[in-house]
Design a protein around this ligand. Sequence first.
Ligand code: GCO
Ligand code: MN
Ligand code: MN
Length: 386
Amino acid sequence: MSQRYQPKAEDKFTFGLWTVGNTGRDPFGEPVRQSLSPVDLVHLLAEVGAYGVNFHDNDLIPIDAPPGKRAQILREFKNALNETGLVVPMATTNLFSDPVFKDGAFTSNNSEVRAYALQKTMKAIDLGVDLGAKVYVFWGGREGTETDAAKDPVESLKRFREALNFLCDYSLGQGYDLKFALEAKPNEPRGDIYLPTTGAMLGFISTLDHPEMVGVNPEVAHEHMAGLNFTHAVAQAWEAGKLFHIDLNDQAFGRYDQDFRFGAVNLKSAFFLVKFLEDVGYEGSRHFDAHAYRTEDYEGVKQFALGCMRTYLALKERAAQWNSDPQIQSLVKEIMKTSAVPVEVYSEVVADQLKSRAFDRTDMAARGLAYERLDQLTIELLLGIN
Ligand code: GCO
Ligand code: MN
Ligand code: MN
């Protein structure tokens, strides 16, 4: 493997404890890898050159840990961060593993479960902030249904909104410097999850009491599971000033939730995504929410993590090449020529002029756009043959 593409801190590559810590359990089989402690995982991530580590409250501290054990784990984890220089840019809550959340957390029909979810999240926010997190992710894995006989979808949205409003006020009341990032997913583990796409989340955010502190955490696999173009979802979030975080991985369309290594399936989509993030100057973490194939041992897990970062860096380099490639850029210039005239701002006069203007529809329609050539040049650049 080329010595280029070595990850550096400024690349802001982060992984969840649950990603490199994934032991390969799936609905059909038992774990294939021994579970590593958070401290071991921090060292593994440091070894492969990651910048940061993120976690769910219970990735770090078991749900039933007594106070003494909790303090010890925290001390050891902080030591590992100090030794390695890894940071914690993001934290989140596990509101899906424990059986109490079998019908959701914030949208559960049971108000006691909803109150417990709030309590658990407040404590997890305290923990994340204590470790330096500036972004707090909400992924409502169980916030959905298998049958719409069970839950009222309007009521569920209201409950979800109330919970987020409560937690925004909590964070502000504590004086935390924290932003919330909502992560959409269409299904898995529920039959259907509410607010299934990034676009749906963006619509929902504007209904909150503190929309300014809430953005999104789009994930490649989640939009692909819904058959959508991920870069378009990210672009919408970016344009709205709401791209607070991003979950990078890969996923074949129409399959189960695969969480593959970044770029493993849709290399061309990954290229346009990286190009987008780099072109607009996204400054947040490049977080990999993926895991190694179940066939791997921990050497394979390291290769998986390295692979995510190397592919990102290689695609970033290709994006810079694309931006300076003479053939590609002259085609882009040609395309932009016809799009350079903006649609006028409305006035009665402008509208009248536009209504009486003569258009040569046939001539406009007859022009070939050379997108075939542009796309092939892109492909050849990705293949390293031009
Ligand atoms: C999934 C999700 C999760 C979340 C994580 C952080 O499909 O399981 O992507 O990995 O990102 O819980 O909130
Ligand atoms: Mn996911
Ligand atoms: Mn995710």
